[in-house]
Design a protein around this ligand. Sequence first.
Ligand SMILES: [Zn+2]
Length: 120
Amino acid sequence: MHEVSIAEGIASAVESTVAPGTPVLSVRVAVGELAGVDIDALLFAWQSVRKGTSMDKAPLVVERPEGRAWCMHCGKDVALHRHGDPCPECGGYQLLATQGHELKVLDIEIPAEDESQPQS
Ligand SMILES: [Zn+2]
């Protein structure tokens, strides 16, 4: 399943970023609207992928950057929420997607260094 390998990719990116043994509080990722990822399936996959790792308790927070496209018909830059949708301006179907395919780790939240030893 596609989403499982994506979840594994996120987990290994996190593991190679944080120091071994550091508990991860949350992981924030960007999955563009046009990336072709089923978010529910990704969140489900995350539940099993994170087991037994430093991300055991870390929720996956998903942001969805908007898909955009250039319409060859009317020449406008328009929002495209799904591949195959028509141009919202002219109803044409010749759209060239320009953004919304991103799939990347944005933030990894770990405990603050001085949290356990407050300054007195
Ligand atoms: Zn158009």
